[in-house]
Design a protein around this ligand. Structure first.
Ligand SMILES: [Zn+2]
Length: 382
């Protein structure tokens, strides 16, 4: 005998209704029933329960054929919230979004990077402020997702190795369990890939996202899911080796691609050549925009090495689409043709028609990706 799991069907129906309400502004019960192919009785029961929960409300009446008026209903988009928090080597960035995925509030706080415990303390203080300000609690907060620049154990909520935050094997999730809401921790590049993917999920199933920040990361989405590897360390493109006994990398090894292609390499090379002392990538960008020859030479040299990494990635995974994002998007946009030429000039196996290379359209997509995770988990039909 096949056992029918009624509560599962009920939950699936409810999620389908919420997703449809998110899509449409106002809709009648009859239309919900027609579009989702669920009986009107089931729709009515669900809507009644959602009203009791404060999730939906009646908004008006539509003149229907035959003179009867049909009541339209609407979802209260502020009935549920989600929080994304990105920990970077200098900042704690926080975004509060509502069920319609709109950003309601954001914070960016500088930290001293003086140990994970201090970063957590500062995070909790700011999180508490937001929680109080919006009266968030386990019934209206769907969860909090953290973006970490390093490898993480997603299931256990452990930071495995994040040298940019000077921490290793740290049980991060435990620190936030007092909030009694789902806590997710995920690698920064994975979240960027996830966010780009969510915005294009009707067109694509696979996506590679290469992130250039203080490190060099790779997020892999395969068959609509983040691919994390058997040991949660997939996508460490930055630590693939390109030289024997090469330049020292922040991870502790030598000859890693990241040692030649993280964002700070541009600053470092510029200071080395000019004996000046710029500290921020925006200064480099500014000089480049003023047609400064040195910045252009450095960038061209940088792109030659970076292209090697991308070429190797294409050889390994044969993707249709690679998105490059992070902190130097403006520079990349200006040099996209050079980049493509570098990548494909020595490749006899594939070409640009097979794999589209583009620069990310969103900034801080890791933070937005984090904020989306609890919502997607809530709406996902398993
Ligand atoms: Zn390394």
């Amino acid at each position: 005998m096949i056992e029918v799991n009624h509560s599962k069907i009920k939950e699936t129906n409810r999620k389908k209704i919420i997703s449809l309400l998110l899509e449409k502004n106002e809709i009648t019960k009859l239309d919900i029933s027609r579009i989702l192919d669920i009986s009107i009785t089931t729709v009515s029961t669900n809507i009644a329960q959602l009203k009791d929960m404060g999730v939906v409300e009646d908004v008006g009446t539509l003149e229907s054929t035959g003179g009867r008026k049909a009541v339209t209903i609407k979802l209260d988009e502020n009935c549920k919230y989600s929080i994304g928090i990105a920990l970077t080597p200098n900042h704690i960035k926080l975004s509060l979004v509502n069920l319609r995925r709109r950003v309601i509030d954001s914070l960016s706080i500088r930290h001293k990077n003086d140990g994970i415990e201090n970063i957590i303390k500062l995070t909790k203080e700011n999180l508490d402020t937001i929680i109080k300000k919006y009266a968030l609690n386990p019934s209206n907060l769907l969860g909090i997702a953290f973006s970490i620049p390093g490898t993480v154990d997603f299931k256990e909520g452990i930071i495995k190795y994040a040298y940019l935050l000077k921490t290793k094997d740290f049980n991060f999730k435990k620190e936030f369990e007092y909030l009694k809401v789902p806590i997710y921790i995920e690698n920064e590049a994975n979240l960027s890939a996830y966010y780009e993917f969510l915005n294009r999920k009707d067109e694509i199933e696979n996506l590679l996202y290469v992130s250039i920040t203080d490190g060099l990361g790779l997020g892999i989405v395969i068959n609509n899911k983040i691919y994390r590897g058997d040991n949660n360390s997939a996508g460490e493109l930055g630590h693939t080796k390109i030289a024997i006994d090469g330049k020292s990398c922040k991870c502790g090894a030598k000859g890693c691609l990241e040692a030649y292609t993280s964002m700070d390499v541009l600053i470092e090379k510029y200071n080395e050549k000019t004996k000046l002392n710029i500290t921020d990538i925006s200064e480099f960008e500014e000089k480049y925009n003023q047609f400064d020859k040195v910045t252009e030479e450095i960038l061209d040299e940088y792109l030659k090495i970076f292209s090697l990494g991308i070429s190797n990635l294409i050889m390994l995974l044969d993707p249709n689409s690679i998105v490059i994002g992070g902190d130097i998007n403006n520079l990349l946009n200006d040099k996209i043709e050079t980049l493509k030429n570098n990548i494909y000039k020595d490749n006899l196996f594939t070409n640009e028609d097979n794999c589209k290379i583009s620069v990310a359209s969103f900034r801080e997509s890791y933070l937005l990706g984090a904020a989306m995770m609890p919502i997607e988990e809530f709406l996902e039909i398993k």
